[in-house]
Ligand binder design. Structure first.
Ligand code: CP
Length: 330
């Protein structure tokens, strides 16, 4: 139907203090100063949203939400972010079934049609590299990566890092446990890129061996200075983590149901007993969600579990901030 070319030479632009008009494809575009700026704006956005303040910041602007892969949080929080700021959305979910993609329209043409009608495109796609390809196809409006295959999910990381910053007041000198599907989790890939911008972070990565980070990712991330320690057994979980970041096994990335079931059977589930045994009293438990047999709902009542509290709400505030900056309204 259409082709997504794999990324050989990333050609996205660094933010360098100026978000206006930039595609947001990877965490690699950000420096610490850019994140500081985004978080400052995010705090303003949080006040607007919490107080239900009418805002006209994006008045007159249209944002296209083009989701080739299912989503609850990213889709809804982007829609909420635009509307909280007085903008409007054009929403296309499952374009392969409900748009002219089903008739054979190319990916590039679909992007160029959407950019003719909007001021920015938010794209989710099941193929790695799709966001970068869309950014190349779009000549007039910025493209924001809302998750591309098992590659990256930069806006998830912006909200994850904001959540960590809000809780700890810093993004350096943190010890974390990232658990689940490190091979396929785009949220883990982007989060490790983000945390590698800061000094002295140590991340334990807990996964079955077949779901550990690809060797290329492991080496390239280590080279950035972040300390990565891979573990495969529950009993190796350290007792001093500031946060846990749980992820599900990404069923949709597996070649067969049997392969998925085998991987799923080997993961460690975040349960009340696991927290009781290994977690500090003042840590937080995060999860980008959805959770699928990865976090026991019995943990939800624990105040340390922030995934259905601050973490999902911060998705709206950070996306409000990002849109306001990229669309040049701040
Ligand atoms: N965290 C996340 O990307 O969730 P959705 O797939 O529901 O958007």
């Amino acid at each position: 139907m259409y082709q997504i070319t794999s990324r050989l030479q990333p050609d996205f632009e660094m933010i360098c203090g100026n978000f206006k008009g930039k595609d947001i494809v990877s965490l690699d575009q950000f420096a610490v100063a850019d994140l500081d700026k985004l978080f400052t704006v995010t705090r303003q956005m949080k006040r607007i949203a919490e107080n239900n303040e009418p805002s006209r910041l994006l008045e007159g602007l249209l944002v296209g939400l083009l989701f080739f892969e299912p989503s609850s949080r990213t889709f809804s929080s982007f829609a909420a972010a635009v509307k909280r700021l007085g903008g409007q959305t054009i929403e296309m979910q499952n374009p392969e079934a409900f748009s002219s993609v089903s008739k054979g329209e190319t990916f590039e043409d679909t992007i160029q049609v959407m950019e003719a009608y909007t001021n920015a495109i938010v794209l989710r796609h099941r193929f790695s590299g799709a966001a970068e390809q869309a950014a190349r196809a779009a000549n007039f409006v910025p493209v924001i990566n809302a998750g591309d295959g098992n590659n990256e999910h930069p806006t998830q990381t912006l909200l994850d890092m904001y959540t960590l910053h809000e809780r700890f007041g810093r993004l350096d000198n943190l010890t974390g446990l990232l658990a689940g599907d490190a091979l396929n989790s785009r949220t883990i890939h982007s989060l490790l890129r983000g945390l590698s911008l800061y000094e002295n972070n140590t991340m334990y990565v807990l996964s079955p061996r077949q779901l550990q980070l690809s060797r290329d990712d492991f080496v390239s991330l280590q080279d950035r200075g972040i300390r990565l320690i891979e573990i495969h057994r529950e009993q190796d979980i350290p007792h001093d983590c500031d946060f846990w970041y749980w992820t599900r096994v990404q069923k949709e990335r597996f070649a067969s149901a049997e392969e998925y079931r085998r991987a799923q059977s080997e993961i460690v589930v975040a349960s009340p007993a696991l927290l009781e045994t290994y977690a500090k009293k003042d840590m937080i438990l995060m999860d980008p969600l959805p959770r699928v047999e990865s976090v026991d709902p019995a943990v939800d009542a624990d105040e340390r579990a922030v995934y259905l509290r601050s973490q999902i709400r911060n998705g709206v505030y950070t996306r409000m901030a990002l849109l306001a900056l990229v669309l040049g309204r701040i």
